[in-house]
Design a protein around this ligand. Structure first.
Ligand SMILES: NC(=O)c1ccc[n+]([C@@H]2O[C@H](COP(=O)([O-])OP(=O)(O)OC[C@H]3O[C@@H](n4cnc5c(N)ncnc54)[C@H](O)[C@@H]3O)[C@@H](O)[C@H]2O)c1
Length: 295
């Protein structure tokens, strides 16, 4: 989307961290920016401090989306840029040990998937029909490096973020013919309060009986949310499919890609080959376009 000035952006999870970094970058580009969040006090404080339009939203509820979109469009105008960014980590147990899938409470797994994946889907469904009607717009979904590689101890989180990646790639193929851009943000470590906000959400959403770690000392420098926001702004202008802010992970992703490619051997049924038309239907032309940096 090249013309951004005067257009409206809605950023979920905008009360802090990466969402706020994006909101400030969009504001700097002359956009009218609404930040949406479930955390009312944090939302009000951030909106007041930065001159952003606050809107209360629980991304896991369709009716909450309908109300938030109606409020933003009545106050600021039609939404041309939606960032589905609100999310939660799966966290760790209270003593700091990672939560492996075999020990994970069902409620924790469901909450991670419901917020990170279903919440982003509901955002697409609430906003994209208006974009299609207007013939313009852009969606950015926040996945993670854990949407591209999955180390142990991140089972639920990686499952949800891989799913956001797959959903976004499919969405891009669906919306390209409509003139609507779609990007997916996959950051590594970024400064934010994600450990604390995730623990609070797990406690509030499902009344977790297992106490989770609510804070974690960080002994290394993390990327600033402002820098990530500036990169997202550039990607929206260029309609980049993948927004990859941390190139140090490229070799780790290459290992995974090589492992999967190596897994393709002979067909399970000797002599079988998939019909050409099935392969054609399975192809997403957006991969080749992104590889050649066409937008
Ligand atoms: N910080 C990192 O290192 C990092 C790395 C990769 C991906 N991410 C992703 O970036 C996104 C933003 O996280 P952040 O690190 O800026 O943390 P953050 O805690 O600053 O932002 C997350 C926000 O989402 C909000 N939220 C949670 N559930 C919600 C709901 N149901 N409805 C509305 N709002 C809700 C929280 O209140 C919070 O303000 C998340 O999707 C996260 O998974 C973060």
């Amino acid at each position: 989307m090249e013309k951004l000035e005067g257009r409206v952006a809605l950023v979920t999870g905008g009360a802090g961290g990466i969402g706020l970094g994006m909101a400030l970058a969009f504001k700097g580009a002359g956009m009218r920016v609404a930040i949406a969040d479930i955390d009312a006090p944090r939302l009000a404080a951030t909106a007041a401090a930065h001159g952003l339009h606050p809107v209360q939203l629980d991304i896991t509820r369709a009716e909450s989306w309908d109300a938030a979109v109606a409020e933003v469009e009545a106050s600021l105008g039609p939404i041309d840029l939606l960032c589905n960014n609100a999310g939660v980590m799966q966290g760790r147990f209270g003593d700091g040990t990672p939560i492996h899938l075999a020990d994970m409470p069902e409620t924790l797994f469901r909450t991670v998937v419901e917020i990170n994946l279903t919440g982003s889907f509901l955002g697409v469904r609430a906003v994209v029909p208006g974009m299609i009607a207007r013939g313009r717009g852009h969606i950015v979904n926040t996945s993670s490096m854990a949407g591209l590689i999955a180390p142990g101890g991140l089972g639920a989180y990686a499952a949800s973020k891989y799913a956001v990646l797959g959903m976004t790639e499919s969405l891009r193929a669906e919306l390209a013919p409509q003139g609507i851009g779609v990007s997916v943000l996959c950051p590594g470590a970024v400064e934010s309060e994600l450990v604390a906000t995730s623990a609070a959400r797990h406690a509030a959403t499902r009344g977790e009986t297992v106490p989770l770690e609510a804070s974690r000392p960080v002994s290394y420098h993390r990327m600033t949310a402002e820098a990530v926001g500036a990169r997202v702004l550039q990607a929206v202008r260029e309609n980049a499919l993948y927004i990859l802010t941390h190139p140090d992970y490229a070799p780790l992703f290459a290992e995974r890609a090589a492992a999967i490619t190596a897994g393709f051997g002979a067909p399970a049924e000797p002599g079988y080959s998939e019909p050409e038309m099935v392969l054609t239907r399975s192809r997403n032309p957006e991969y080749a376009r992104a590889a050649h940096k066409e937008t």
